[in-house]
Ligand binder design. Sequence first.
Ligand code: HXC
Length: 519
Amino acid sequence: MNNKEKVKNLIDLRAQAKLGGGEKRIASQHAKGKFTARERIDMLLDEGSFEELDMFVTHRCNNFGLEKEKYLGDGVVTGHGTIDGRTVYVFAQDFTVFGGSLSETMAQKICKVMDMAMKNGCPVIGINDSGGARIQEGVTSLAGYAEIFERNILASGVIPQISAIFGPCAGGAVYSPALTDFIMMTEDNSYMFVTGPKVVKSVTGEDISTEDLGGADVHAGKSGVAHFKVENEEEGVLLIRKVLSYLPQNNLEDAPLVECSDPIDRLEDSLNEMIPDNPNHPYDMKKVIHTIVDDEEFVEVHRNYARNIIVGFARFNGVSTGIVANQPNFLAGVLDCDASRKAARFVRFCDAFNIPILTLVDVPGFLPGSGQEYAGIIAHGAKLLFAYGEATVPKVTVTLRKSYGGAHDVMSCKQLRGDFNYAWPTAEIAVMGAAGAIEVLEGRTLASINDQEEKAKFLAEKVAEYNDAFANPYQAAAYGYIDDVIEPRNTRFRVIRAFQALQTKKVVNPLKKHSNIPL
Ligand code: HXC
């Protein structure tokens, strides 16, 4: 080949690599309503920013005649590019090559971009669409997975890791996404499970469809494995871009500061009337969130899972902030196992990546009953307690209404190193609600009153007495556990001022190898 031919050869090889498993398989991918690996990367990254690596890698397997079937790039497209001008590393499994199944060389390609992401302190985004371990390769494929897992683990808390599931993700392959910070699934084409429907049927006899076993609804709503469910891939990549805009590049940086045109002292009169007079009536905490954050913009994480607690990202005066809030509109905002786990993981994520946390409290307590006790509410509740108590980022808490019992302590109270703890005048901070308290304190007297009318009168008096004493924020404020009782309509301003005063916060936990959070 002369030099001109060599250049032509390169161009041809690149064109060949870009076809992955070939036009027929690309057409079949499109027919399923899915994009190819390269199309996905192009949609995800800033236009023209993608630099591909390892395009000429091929597998080295000689089993089952595989040596006769090689594709340039071997089942995964890897490289780097930018999102909103910031560098990210990406890998996208290419279903058109052996169903995106993982070979030894494919694992090496993925590990290479993960190592580069770590070295450079940049997020890594993985797009999963794969039939799992490449069956013809045997143990080298399993080893490849473990190489990836180890990197996921070491990168955890150092660089943000986001997984998009845009196709199958089954068997042990699920554990790489599971080790990352956020998992996103598309509504119709994605599924995740440790064992598929056929194995389930043969082992347990259970008849279940792929969708019902591990579809997006299952993981975004029931198991909580997925943090985001999106309608389609286009929506998915846009959401990944959006989520990243709230995150720093790595644990040594702060999230980008965004210019804010929303006045910081914006008063919202509607908040003064947000809390219903009847303490048992619900209201929508999301309304409160939208009202106080910059430009009403809130990116909710785990929207369909454990809806009694809300977690997500917003900005205050342009500063990225994690919000954790009880939702009185769902199960009265009670803390249960799922809600505790959901919030604990989010608090730890924010703390790992220097994102301040705002906690909005309206919690009647922990959900009582054998169901929760058997499910381990003690351990799960402790996770949230641990996460808040360990977190060193700026923490501002606003108690809107109920803050009872153990749940009061858990929800970022003063003694868990809450930096600024405010309350609305409608706050009720006590050991328990009035009805329960009177049952305990006056049980004997109540039992001795036979006349029902008299009993009701006595009960009402005692409840009123208890509410006067405890169903307010002033007892807590008298002890300094609440730093100020604020007018609800001024919440945005007070929260922003509090975070401004915490910008230089420095707290270091005692030196240790690592903590032993009650997993
Ligand atoms: C090699 C594979 C493959 C695999 C799919 N292909 N999975 N090749 N190893 N694991 C190939 C097919 O042979 C086919 O090749 C092409 O990919 C597309 O596959 P189809 O079956 O035609 O596609 P579709 O009908 O969409 O079905 C997709 C699928 C199915 C549901 C993923 O392919 C499937 O069940 N694959 C096997 C899944 C599996 O059991 N994997 C191992 C799990 S154990 P051609 O040449 O026809 O295009 C595991 C352990 C990991 O992963 C442990 C980590 C610790």
